[in-house]
Design a protein around this ligand. Structure first.
Ligand SMILES: *Cc1c(COP(=O)(O)O)cnc(C)c1O
Length: 374
């Protein structure tokens, strides 16, 4: 018999609310697995939750970024400003459009881009900025928003970590003039198993995104069944959200309040437990928990490689988010010196963080961390 898995031995883990299986069974029984009724209900419920006119559901967070950039007209010859400190998906989405990622530094306190860094990175070819809402924290670019718009630079935010977080009084996604992309992958704040969504900037962009996600076709699946033809009116991907995944997302959205409260509480528990380690050089990356639904708990530590190995050896599910993209072989042609990112990337350590954890799990993690410090 293997040891019973302890909550702190996993870095992340989905939260299920109990209705997911029945919801999936209902879709399976219906025999309609593609884009359909459940997908469209999910879109409406997301739009209500966020307080926006419409949401376009897609197959993944990566597809959301790819399609949102395409719908905003990004393509070959365009530079897209993106932090190197992000999941490789943000960068692959840019490359998939034929555009060039222009890597930018982050503030080591928040791990997010700042207006100053974004302005510094802009070139005459820049037509988009992809801020990443690291750990769930909303990125504020208000002071440069108008300037960016004047230069025909759109903001497509990667809010894969930030479903449910607030920017001021409104949920992330409700900002006018910014396209927002969510991921509903296995370990995000809300999961469909696999999935994603775009909050487009306007109706025209929404229509484009709906077309692109379904192979460039104009009619819905229901319409198609009733006619002998369909029209392909533009470029397209196979990136719709299956009803099987949408059904899971609908149940997750109904249970989201408990995830939201639990994640905030867990993050605060960590913040309290970690405070005494500050003198030993352990610095918690600030997700602005007051406004966020945190999705990661990241610390910067001295001697990270050794601390990481010691915690792994002790059965603590630590991780690293992320190895910087400007140093990845696939993106070497876009690299440029980013000293702050490189320094920070050598210090970060992601602690186990999911709704299955209790205060005593946090105490185990923090005691082990303390014991592993140089
Ligand atoms: C998860 C994630 C993505 C991609 O989402 P998928 O649903 O896995 O395709 C993009 N950006 C960031 C920052 C992520 O964490």
């Amino acid at each position: 018999m293997p040891d019973r898995e302890r909550a702190f031995s996993r870095n992340a883990k989905p939260t299920l609310h109990g209705g997911e299986l029945d919801a999936v069974r209902e879709v399976l029984d219906s025999g309609q697995f593609g884009h359909g009724e459940a997908t469209e209900r999910f879109e409406e419920e997301l739009a209500d939750f966020l307080g926006v006119p419409e949401v376009v559901a897609v197959a993944s967070g990566t597809a959301a970024l790819h399609i949102a950039l395409l719908a905003a007209g990004i393509g070959p010859g365009d530079d897209v400003v993106v932090p190197s400190m992000t999941f490789c998906a943000s960068v692959q989405a840019i490359v998939a459009c034929g555009a060039q990622p222009r890597f930018v530094e982050v503030d080591p306190v928040t791990m997010c881009v700042t207006s100053r860094e974004v302005l510094e990175a802009i070139t005459p070819a820049t037509h988009a900025v992809v801020p990443v809402l690291y750990g769930g924290r909303a990125v504020l670019l208000d002071d440069i928003q108008d300037g960016l718009a004047e230069r025909d630079i759109c903001v497509v935010e990667d809010a894969a970590h930030a479903f449910g977080s607030y920017r001021g009084e409104r949920r992330v996604g409700a900002e006018r003039g910014t396209a927002t992309c969510f991921s509903f992958g296995p370990i995000k704040n809300l999961t469909c198993g696999q999935g994603g969504a775009i909050v487009p900037r306007n109706g025209q962009e929404a229509a484009r995104a709906r077309r692109i996600r379904l192979l460039g076709m104009v009619e819905s699946a229901a319409d198609r069944a009733a006619t002998t033809s369909y029209q392909v009116v533009g470029p397209g991907l196979r990136a719709h959200l299956s009803q099987i995944n949408a059904a899971i997302g609908r149940v997750q959205l109904r249970g989201f309040a408990t995830v939201e409260a639990g994640r905030k509480e867990l993050w605060r528990t960590y913040a309290d437990a970690l405070r005494p380690l500050r003198g030993a050089g352990v610095v918690l990356v600030d997700v602005d928990v007051e406004h966020s639904v945190p999705s990661l708990c990241v610390v910067r530590v001295p001697d990270r490689i050794k601390v990481f190995a010691a915690l792994r050896a002790a059965g603590i599910g630590v991780g690293v988010h992320y190895p910087p993209n400007h140093l990845q072989p696939a993106f070497s042609r876009f690299t440029r010196p980013l000293p702050v990112t490189e320094q920070t990337a050598g210090e970060i350590l992601t602690l186990p963080f999911h709704n299955g954890m209790s205060k005593s799990d946090v105490d185990v993690v923090v005691a082990a961390l303390q014991g592993a410090l140089p």
